[in-house]
Design a protein around this ligand. Structure first.
Ligand code: PEP
Ligand code: MN
Length: 337
């Protein structure tokens, strides 16, 4: 359930409610808005204690949350969550583009493309150091060496970095170098990994599992928030359908639906969704029109030589064109491109 406190409630008043929640054996989650403080109460049958809180004079209302996901729901928090990463705000007015290669392949490759995406207007650098590959014989990523190159590229370009932790054992290492920890589609329901990034302090980019419903996606985000980390960015990256003309099927309705159901920022990855570089421009424009807060795009200086996902990677000059189109759509919608 959600307890909304009256405007102007003091810290002492808030603490009094928190103490009561804990005394009853529930876990409180506090969200301080511009005017009101809202407290989510998580625990089995918490709603049965509704009257105890309704009787408190500092309490404005007590509402049950009907969805299975609580902390990620609009019912818990009506304003959009803005995730701040250094000087970048994801979920605010600006449409934020994350770009870079599928995988970090070498220092030279990364530093070059990092500069190129920066000049084109990307706000965050992406690049995998631990790659989830279908085949064990494919390039698996450079591991910590790759993380070091990402940190160096970030220092040079001043772009924050997002990169994937594929396993619980990699989270601490990845968080040491990256500004945002990515949980990949194949790990969306790796609950131990979700709890581990939830216990961390770094913002998390959670990608939708390729065979997951929107409800399951939000439940996975709930794992991260309920572990204490509220800085979660959701990423729609295509789902499996019978359609085989594209690598996956980009589910753009999910973007608009999630914006209704949740306060968390949502971005779209047209690269993995389509697996076709010619569709990156149109799907990027469509994503922004559907309400996406940003994009994640694979860019490679020489896609024909890429060690992974070259077929869907675009060159820096094409990325510049996509950025110009995205900015135009963003402006029409009253957003900053
Ligand atoms: C990626 O972004 O590097 C990636 C592997 O994507 P996904 O987890 O969506 O397949
Ligand atoms: Mn890729």
């Amino acid at each position: 359930m959600v307890i909304t406190l009256k405007p102007g409630t003091t810290e002492k008043g808030i603490q009094h409610v928190l103490d009561k929640i804990k005394e009853l054996g529930f876990t409180p989650h506090v969200s301080k808005g511009a005017e009101r403080t809202i407290i989510g109460v998580i625990g089995e049958n918490a709603i049965r204690s509704r009257e105890i809180f309704e009787a408190m004079f500092i309490v404005e209302s007590v509402m049950p949350i009907s969805q299975p996901y609580k902390l990620v729901s609009r019912g818990f928090k009506s304003e959009d969550t803005v995730v701040k990463v250094e000087n970048v705000e994801i979920g605010g007015k600006e449409v934020v583009v994350m770009a870079g290669p599928c995988a970090v392949e070498s220092r030279a490759q990364l530093l070059k493309v990092a500069q190129e995406v920066k000049e084109a207007g990307a706000r965050i650098l992406r690049g995998g150091a631990f790659k989830p590959r279908t085949s064990p014989y494919s390039f698996q990523g450079l591991g910590e060496e790759g993380l070091k190159y990402l940190a160096e590229a970030s220092e040079i370009t001043h772009l924050p970095v997002v990169t994937e932790a594929r396993d619980v054992r990699q989270v601490e290492l990845v968080a040491r170098y990256a500004h945002i920890v990515q949980v990949g589609a194949r790990n969306m329901q790796n609950f131990d990994l979700l709890k581990e990034v939830g216990r961390g302090k770094k913002p998390v980019l959670l990608k939708r599992g390729m065979s997951s419903t929107v409800k399951e996606f939000l439940m996975s985000a709930e794992y991260i928030l309920s572990s204490g980390n509220y800085n979660v960015i959701l990423c729609e990256r295509g789902i499996r359908t019978f359609e085989d003309g594209t690598r996956f099927t980009l589910d753009l309705s999910a973007v608009s639906l999630i914006k209704q159901l949740s306060h968390l920022p949502v971005i779209v990855d047209p690269s993995h969704a389509t697996g076709n570089r010619d569709l990156i421009g149109p799907m990027s424009r469509a994503a922004i029109a559907a309400g996406s807060d940003g994009l994640m795009i694979e860019v490679h200086s020489r896609p024909e030589e890429a060690l992974s996902d070259g077929f869907q990677s675009i060159r820096p000059d094409d990325f510049r064109k996509v950025m110009a189109e995205v900015r135009s759509v963003a402006r029409v919608l009253g957003r900053k491109g």
